[in-house]
Design a protein around this ligand. Structure first.
Ligand code: BGC
Ligand code: BGC
Length: 625
């Protein structure tokens, strides 16, 4: 059984290279028990005797009511700071499209002032020895994406195409900084999902179908986000807590059904879906989110073997397990407002956005009735307090007093945008190029198609709101669309679409979606080809750019185009990053497919040979893909 070996401090300080922090090896043996399949992991941060003693002392002063309160996470829309204090609530979340003022364009300061109010309430208990700062979590999954004006990075699928560990660490660093400006402590990222069927509507949250790529990029992101003890910056005030999600097998469900069932052997679960946990836990990730999905028919939120025996005992994860949005209600015998089974299985903090009050009452009753052992509550609370102590929040004071708090200039800062632009450049995958690219500097172009001037399509889901299509694009502040980027470049952009330019740039893609809404039966994508045909008839080169969250069956578009670029969901700098590489003066295409790319009409999904296999991608320089 592999023991994950921590890199020596000297090694880390000298290089801080990707390999220096490779904490674990990938191996696997056969037998069906936790010990023989899952490795022991040595987390980057070990439990300290002093801290555990502090936690013990604090817990000795807490009653059941105060303990259970720590385990409950309502949504900010559904709880006031006063109630959070009254019920000793341990954490709140803001979900997709939940803004503190209720308006997407509310003042940036609104985030920080609400954080201050929750913090103030949690500390003002009347008995300072019981004051426990409240944690605020949010989905900063491609930048601080619920905040207007924030830097929006490409979604994970694009970062998987880029596959640059150093870049991932920097993105973690920058994301933490923008989150810290708003007074928030915790992001529900990275997803370490390994999407095995691209019909899954969350494929774009997955870096790749290759577990090693996922594990390595997620690890680097965590190191940037949380820092690392050997770097002297672990959960400093510039850092935020990360979450490896969704444990486990979320990307392996049959037919890619969201919240479905991963019908795979335990070896496969470990080999394909477990690597991201091994690496992020090794890197010190402090929270793990349970998955909505099942493993062989049993919901993860009620899976004691996986949550407790495998994750906590065998793999040594000593942070806390957060439930997903009412994920517990899908466990047998549970409802949104009551679920002893999830707690007994090992979920430490329950994300119960609405029914939190009833959940709290029911849980206290279940503890008193002996349905939930007090020892389980104590373990959960110890884990939550451990993360809170490690994060420094007991000492850091109110959110407004933190180092980066309120530094509005950091939101969407030029340096952050430059990093996102680099990420875009590296994420683009060139699938076809018949002498259409690079564009010569004196080219004239027409930039058209449904994605040409469409920030929503460029960003995808989890941007300003949940599904990514409901907030008007005028609120996508700081976005440069493909059309706008060309207009700002040295290329001649012809506004008359009936004109004859050297090239037509046809930008199209998927209508934004997130979980649930994004599920597909077939990857086939019907695209209106009339514009492409008309350009071809005029003797123009057509360069098609696809904006979307997964590879789609697009044979007709690809065949008809002279060049085809998969740009994924590139975010706020999508336009400028594309122009950088299409100009070809300074940058080449580097991205390689993170997933197989299907043919159209591949109705027997996964059975036919792909049009292009994972790893494919062209460059200007004649490097074999
Ligand atoms: C998603 C999670 C997310 C949570 C909070 C859930 O529906 O599955 O990925 O972190 O909501 O928004
Ligand atoms: C929230 C998301 C959440 C989802 C779960 C939405 O209303 O905004 O954050 O993940 O509900 O169903």
């Amino acid at each position: 059984m592999p023991d994950c070996v921590a890199a020596s401090r000297r090694e880390i300080l000298a290089g801080v290279s990707a390999s220096a922090l490779t904490l674990c090896t990938f191996t696997n043996s056969g037998a069906q028990t936790a010990k023989s399949i899952w490795p022991k992991v040595r987390p980057a941060i070990a439990a300290s005797v002093d801290m555990e003693a502090k936690i013990t002392a604090l817990m000795a002063r807490m009653n059941v009511f105060q303990k259970v309160g720590q385990m409950v996470q309502p949504e900010i829309k559904n709880i006031s700071p006063d109630d959070a204090a009254k019920y000793h609530i341990g954490s709140v979340l803001s979900g997709g499209g939940s803004w503190p003022t209720g308006e997407v364009d509310g003042p940036l300061a609104g985030w920080l002032s609400l954080a201050n109010m929750f913090y103030g309430a949690s500390m003002d208990t009347g008995d300072s020895r019981l004051a426990i700062p409240i944690l605020w979590g949010t989905d900063a999954v491609h930048g601080h994406n619920n905040v207007m004006g924030a830097t929006i990075f490409p979604h994970n699928i694009g970062l998987g195409a880029a596959n640059n560990p150093g870049l991932m660490r920097d993105i973690g660093t920058v994301t933490a900084r923008e989150v810290a400006v708003t007074g928030i402590d915790w992001t529900f990222a990275p997803a370490v999902s390994v999407a095995k069927d691209s019909r899954w509507g969350r494929t774009y949250e997955s870096f790749s179908s290759d577990p090693k790529v996922v594990a390595n990029l997620a690890k680097e992101f965590v190191l940037g986000l949380q820092g690392h003890p050997a770097l002297g910056n672990f959960l400093s005030q510039q850092k935020v807590i990360g979450t490896a999600k969704h444990f486990i097998g979320d990307g392996g469900t049959t037919m890619g059904i969201d919240q479905g069932d991963a019908e795979v052997s335990e070896e496969e679960l470990y080999k394909n879906h477990g690597q991201g946990y091994v690496q992020t836990i090794g890197a010190g990730v402090q929270t793990v989110m349970a998955s909505f999905s099942s493993w062989n028919g049993e919901k993860l939120h009620g899976h004691k073997y996986l949550l407790t025996d495998v994750l906590k005992i065998q793999m040594g994860f000593d942070g806390f397990v957060i439930g997903d949005w009412n994920g517990h209600e899908q466990v047998k015998t549970c409802s949104a407002s009551s679920c002893s089974n999830a707690i007994n299985a090992g979920v430490d903090m329950i994300m119960v956005p609405e029914a939190w009050k009833a959940f709290l009452d029911n849980t206290i009753r279940q503890v008193k009735a002996g349905v939930i052992p007090m020892a389980r509550i104590d373990d959960a609370v110890r884990r939550i307090l451990r993360v809170k102590f490690r994060s420094g929040m007991f000492d850091d004071g109110k959110p407004t007093a933190h180092e980066l708090a309120g530094r509005a200039k950091l939101i969407g800062h030029a340096d952050h945008r430059a990093l996102a632009r680099q990420a875009v450049r590296e994420s683009l995958v060139l699938l076809k190029n018949e002498a259409a690219l690079p564009l010569s500097p004196d080219s004239s172009v027409i930039v058209t198609g449904p994605g040409a001037d469409n920030p929503n399509m460029q960003a995808g889901g989890w941007t300003l709101d949940w599904q990514g299509r409901d907030v008007n694009s005028k609120y996508y502040k700081g976005f440069t669309t493909v059309k706008a980027a060309f207009e700002r470049s040295d290329f001649t952009v012809m506004r008359d679409e009936a004109a004859r330019a050297d090239a037509a740039i046809f930008v199209f893609g998927e209508t934004p979606y997130a979980e649930m809404d994004g599920g597909l039966d077939s990857l086939d994508f019907d695209v209106d080809l009339s514009a492409i045909k008309a350009f071809k008839l005029r003797g123009m080169k057509v360069i098609s750019i696809y904006l979307g969250g997964r590879p789609r069956g697009l044979d007709a578009v690809i065949d008809m185009s002279d060049a085809f670029i998969a740009a994924w969901l590139p975010g706020s700098e999508g336009g400028v990053g594309l122009v950088d590489v299409m100009g070809g003066q300074a940058y080449d295409f580097k991205g390689r497919l993170p997933f197989d790319w299907p043919h159209s009409s591949d109705s027997n999904f996964g059975e036919g040979a792909p049009r292009h296999a994972r790893g494919y991608g062209l460059s200007y320089a004649k490097i074999a893909p």
